[in-house]
Design a protein around this ligand. Structure first.
Ligand SMILES: [Zn+2]
Length: 189
């Protein structure tokens, strides 16, 4: 996919030594790609949303009526928060290699700090933090580029933007005959 420069600019770290706050770096074949600081920012935004959804009380989870752009375009009840939590975990599992996923699970899902992770997995501090960077960059890219529904931008995932038009059924509402309304009676004083 093509990355919009205005998007990378907004997400880039101003003090980044690689892109100098531009958010873009020359990629393979001369095609500009997002800087790692942009990918990490996307990951952080998705992770914050994941934690928010996952820690919210179950009963608070809203059921929203969403227009699904599927084949039959039916209106479906969707639990968006639960979907997000599930998608976040599923995509991460699919994207990361074995060691990365282990660290992801311990550190990001279970909340273990770097010391505990290093002790548990018998790795040194450098290995841990390099892996964390790699995890954030890999996932940041996938969360943004995922098709048909990316996990980022969040407002699009949570229904801020409807890309498809209204369902054909919605346009085919049969008009009912109007009820007969008797003209007001003339009152004589
Ligand atoms: Zn950068």
């Amino acid at each position: 996919m093509d990355w919009d420069r205005s998007e990378t600019l907004a997400l880039a770290k101003t003090t980044c030594t690689h892109c100098h706050g531009d958010g873009v770096r020359p990629g393979r074949g001369g095609k500009p790609g997002p800087c790692n600081c942009v990918l990490r920012a996307i990951f952080r935004a998705c992770y914050a949303r994941f934690r928010y959804c996952a820690t919210k009380e179950k009963y608070m989870s809203k059921v929203t009526l969403t227009l699904c752009a599927g084949k039959d375009r039916k209106l479906t009840w969707v639990r968006k928060d639960e979907d997000y939590v599930a998608d976040f975990c599923l995509v991460s599992r699919r994207t990361l290699d074995e060691l990365e996923y282990k660290i992801f699970r311990f550190h990001f899902l279970l909340g273990a700090d770097w010391k505990l992770c290093c002790r548990q997995m018998k790795i040194d501090r450098g290995t841990f933090f390099h892996a964390v960077y790699r995890i954030q960059q890999k996932l940041g890219r996938v969360f943004r580029e995922l098709k048909p529904y990316s996990l980022y931008p969040l407002d699009e995932y949570f229904g801020g933007t409807v890309r498809k038009g209204p369902s054909p059924q919605a346009l085919n509402v049969t008009e009912m005959p109007k009820p007969y309304v008797a003209p007001p009676l003339l009152r004589t004083a």
